[in-house]
Ligand binder design. Structure first.
Ligand code: APR
Length: 243
């Protein structure tokens, strides 16, 4: 690793929040009452299976609201504060654990579990508790048009341009706690690599897109992210003192 990176971009996934007690979507976890995310996070479910879909996201919202950031979230927030270069976070996670850990400028490419929006008036609102398919929109008052403010399979990412700009300027890209199975986010490592970044994966298991990484470090995010952050800070410190 070189000493001081100009711009480090982290891409975080469900494994990053696993040690906060939130289930991952794939691997050993991921099921809620036998319900796969692939069955509910679809336009078909939004149209024809709204009760099941809303139940699923109400469950995730309750779990996320009760969860606390783990050592990985806290280490990343600390790195953002202390690192002499820029540190950005792109997350696929709907939970707000990066924000709870006091991270700044988190780019939620798959949306946020604490929001819903109305397909009639397009307003985005904060969901403080459960939401229901026939709830009237608090803004326009029309019933039956609200949906969780999350990206369904086949829908474009939120903040796509912002994410692309971050990937362009990154000289170190770190994917942490993500299986590398779901595109477009699984393609970010390849993009960052093409743009000249060093690419590192910190994951419990070998990610599906492992060929895009220069280094894959296996282990829990709660162990490896703090270690990695400490190493970055130590190398930056040595470089600063040498100047
Ligand atoms: N530390 C690090 N990695 C972990 C940990 C942990 N404690 N626990 C699990 N993992 C790893 C798993 O090995 C797996 O590779 O995290 C990864 C989680 O993978 P997924 O469940 O597929 O989560 P993610 O990659 O975020 O999924 C992407 O898919 O369904 C959609 O919208 C959903 O944002 C999600 C997207």
């Amino acid at each position: 690793m070189k000493k001081i990176y100009h711009h480090i971009v982290f891409l975080t996934g469900a494994g990053f929040s696993a040690e906060s007690g939130l289930a991952t979507f794939r691997g050993n976890g991921g099921l809620w009452n036998g319900c796969k995310v692939e069955d509910v996070a679809t336009k078909e479910a939004l149209a024809n299976n709204r009760n099941k879909m809303f139940d699923f996201y109400n469950h995730l919202r309750r779990e996320a609201a009760a969860a606390e950031p783990n050592a990985a979230h806290l280490a990343l927030a600390e790195l953002q504060k202390k690192y002499p270069g820029e540190v950005s976070i792109i997350t696929q996670n709907l939970d707000m654990l990066h924000e709870k850990a006091k991270s700044q400028n988190v780019v939620h490419i798959h949306g946020q579990i604490n929001q819903f929006r109305c397909l009639n008036c397009n307003n985005v609102q904060t969901a403080r508790g459960d939401i229901f398919p026939d709830m009237p929109c608090p803004c326009c008052g029309v019933r039956g048009y609200i949906r969780p403010n999350i990206v369904l399979f086949g829908e474009p990412l939120f903040f796509q341009q912002q994410a692309a700009l971050l990937l362009k300027s990154a000289d170190l890209f770190v994917a942490a706690g993500t299986s590398g199975e779901i595109y477009p986010a699984a393609g970010f490592a390849g993009e960052a690599k093409e743009n000249g970044a060093l690419t590192v994966a910190l994951n419990l298991t070998i990610p599906k897109n492992h060929l895009c990484f220069r280094t894959v470090v296996l282990g829990k995010a709660g162990d490896n992210v703090p270690k990695f952050a400490e190493k970055l800070l130590a190398l930056a410190d040595i470089a600063r003192r040498r100047r």
